[in-house]
Design a protein around this ligand. Structure first.
Ligand SMILES: CC(C)(COP(=O)(O)OP(=O)(O)OC[C@H]1O[C@@H](n2cnc3c(N)ncnc32)[C@H](O)[C@@H]1OP(=O)(O)O)[C@@H](O)C(=O)NCCC(=O)NCCS
Length: 415
């Protein structure tokens, strides 16, 4: 295919063309003389699908969709260009920057992005070998692909990946996301600028103070115009430091900010965590229940792994931001629920962004207006539907756990 023909065929805009154009000759080296691309070969796909833990029936579907893609030499060229731009070019592009190939049907599109993920598996394996990361961590980390292939299947009826998930998987491929036991961890997060955390040198008590300038509602949750009705009863946090004290609005470990201010003598209260500090970011893959024992095992492994392989980062805490950390779940889930035990393991604080709760609990196509038709199979679905029907709205949340407060599950902040 000539480059010009591809541009016309895929209908790329001038800006999109300019993104792909500079490196197109460099991508030629991935093609054989017959125009074949190494990561489209069945043997390659079968070999690396084992690392991706793809179910046999999904693999067969992917191979069928691949055969359709392969029958169009222009698509094959485009895959070569995109492989180069993602993993080899001097100025690499993130998956969301790749021009969308709009004319692909769901099965082929899912396969297109799956192939681009799998194409980099040899690099991921080589990286793990170079760095000495354990092979079981590699297997667990790379197997996350199968979770998302399953998700694509459930949502769209075919085995594949979206471009958004190809973006999420870059962390796995580039050694920036690791699954260690039940949970996934990213070593390179800087703690968010939402709270400053102080610890009393005598009692060991830990208190988070809100960052300044945040508007909270009456309950001490973030004021959100889309959720809260008007600004009545809302208030804005303040935080002042002097040479010997700090004054601010405390946030309770249950995740509520308080409008009454407190002052700490900084000779007695030491700052132990603040915006910009290195923290380990936690993610929770959808691979079944997350018991407190499994999370404790996972957090312990992560602490050891990071100390061994990223000692220079000197992590201060674990950090997690998620729809699961909405403190309103205390009111609707049974006390022994794993989600509540997860929340209690850390120190909760309000965090912005729209909650993914509705799509995570009821499926991506669940629409809140159709409340009566929401599936109500699990106890959480029943409780969440009831909460929504009564006019409730889920909120995002976040939490931290200082490294020195391990083991996970000792609940150091709610005593
Ligand atoms: C996080 C997760 C593992 C928690 O599951 P869990 O360990 O079973 O949690 P709980 O013990 O609190 O569950 C209590 C009940 O809610 C159900 N439940 C939990 N998460 C649910 C979900 N996402 N959708 C529907 N029901 C859910 C459980 O099946 C259980 O139901 P039951 O009492 O009828 O048996 C699960 O929600 C999940 O896999 N989520 C997808 C991944 C995700 O959202 N990650 C976070 C991204 S930021």
């Amino acid at each position: 295919m000539t480059f010009a023909r591809a541009i016309t065929k895929f209908g790329f805009s001038e800006d999109e063309t300019a993104l792909i154009a500079p490196d197109r000759d460099a991508a030629e080296k991935y093609f054989s003389a017959a125009g074949e691309l190494f990561f489209l070969k069945d043997e390659f796909i079968r070999q690396y699908a084992v690392w991706a833990a793809i179910k046999p029936e999904h693999l067969e579907e992917i191979l069928q969709a691949k055969a359709i893609l392969e029958s169009d030499a222009d698509i094959v060229r485009l895959l070569g260009y995109y492989y180069h731009l993602l993993y080899r070019a001097e100025k690499k592009l993130a998956p969301h920057q790749l021009p969308a190939v709009k004319r692909l049907a769901a099965a082929e599109s899912g396969c297109f992005y799956f192939l681009l993920a799998l194409a980099a598996y040899p690099d991921a394996i080589a990286l793990y070998q170079r760095k000495g990361y354990p092979e079981n961590v590699l297997q667990d980390t790379l197997s996350d692909v199968s979770v998302w292939v399953e998700h694509y299947k459930n949502q769209l009826g075919f085995a594949g990946l979206t471009v958004r998930i190809l973006g999420w998987l870059q962390g796995h491929i580039l050694g920036e996301t690791f699954r260690l036991g039940r949970l996934q961890f990213k070593p390179h997060l800087k703690f968010f600028d939402r709270v400053e955390v102080y610890r009393n040198v005598n009692t060991g008590r830990t208190v988070a103070l809100s960052a300044a300038g945040i508007r909270y509602n009456r309950q001490g949750l973030l004021y959100e115009p889309g959720i809260d009705q008007g600004e009545n009863g809302t208030w804005i946090s303040a935080l002042q430091h002097t040479a010997s004290s700090v004054t601010g609005n405390p946030v309770a470990p249950e995740g509520y900010a308080k409008s009454e201010q407190i002052t700490f003598d900084t000779a007695e209260w030491k700052k132990v965590l603040a915006g910009g500090d290195p923290v380990i970011d936690i993610h929770i893959p959808a691979i079944g229940p997350m018991t407190v024992e499994a999370c404790a095992d996972s957090a312990g492994r992560a602490a050891d792994f990071m100390k061994k392989f990223f000692p220079e980062l000197k992590h201060r805490a674990f950090s997690c931001e998620s729809w699961l950390l909405d403190n309103q779940f205390e009111q609707i889930l049974p006390p022994a629920s794993n989600i509540l035990l997860f929340q209690r393991a850390g120190y909760l604080y309000p965090f912005p962004h729209k909650s993914e709760a509705v799509s995570r609990i009821f499926g991506e196509n669940a629409e809140t207006p159709g409340l009566d038709s929401l599936p109500q199979k699990s106890s959480m679905q029943k409780a969440a539907a009831d909460f929504l029907i009564k006019g409730g709205t889920f909120r995002n949340g976040a939490m931290f756990l200082l490294m020195e407060d391990l083991p996970w599950g000792s609940n150091p902040y709610r005593k």
